[in-house]
Design a protein around this ligand. Structure first.
Ligand code: SF4
Ligand code: SF4
Length: 178
């Protein structure tokens, strides 16, 4: 009985020594954490913040997104909700055909049937970041390269509502410098 208690005490002391050794070693290492919010990290390269929409190269207020819905379907957490408007407009090929016809042909023949195409236009891109696991499936599945991880490293809030974003509105607000 006595031997068992001594063995337990020695085991406890040894674990204390091991713990203090780790503490002592790290105590003299350079500090790698920062005192946020008084300090901020210099480089956040490789950081994965919440996803964001990528704007078009020639129009920073328009997203590359084609509203295909692939990201919403693939998301395992159901974080993404798209608001899409369908717009009908003349097909480009129909316009070309009309322009290429000679005036006399237009007079002789009946007007050609109008060709139209229906386009899906993104009105809002809702992200519920509360449930996002940052798995990246949405980014990988986008055929337009329209999604990426943001560098929004200092995101904080007091309620779940503050982690529900309209990424389209956010993208435009960022471009306006808001
Ligand atoms: S990173 Fe994963 S969990 Fe987050 S929105 Fe994309 S698919 Fe959903
Ligand atoms: S997968 Fe890409 S193009 Fe399709 S809806 Fe999502 S962001 Fe838009």
């Amino acid at each position: 009985m006595m031997v068992k208690k001594i063995a337990q005490t020695l085991t406890g002391l040894w674990s204390l020594v091991v713990g203090l050794r780790v503490t002592g070693k790290n105590f003299f290492q350079p500090q790698i954490t920062v005192h946020y919010p008084r300090e901020k990290v210099e480089s956040i390269e490789g950081y994965r913040g919440h996803i964001e929409l990528v704007p078009k190269d020639n129009d920073p207020f328009t997203a590359r997104c084609m509203a295909c819905g692939s990201c919403a379907r693939v998301c395992p957490s159901g974080c993404i909700t798209l608001h899409i408007k369908k717009v009908t407009e003349p097909a480009v090929s129909a316009k070309k055909e009309d322009n290429s016809q000679k005036p006399e042909q237009n007079n002789q023949k009946a007007a050609p049937a109008k060709k139209t195409k229906t386009k899906r236009v993104l009105e809002a891109f809702e992200l519920n970041y509360n449930y996002c696991s940052l798995c990246g499936l949405c980014v990988q599945s986008c055929p337009a390269g329209g999604l990426r991880f943001s560098d929004n490293v200092y995101l904080a809030g007091f309620s779940r509502k503050e982690f529900e974003f309209d990424l389209l509105a956010r993208m435009r607000a960022q471009k306006e410098g808001k």
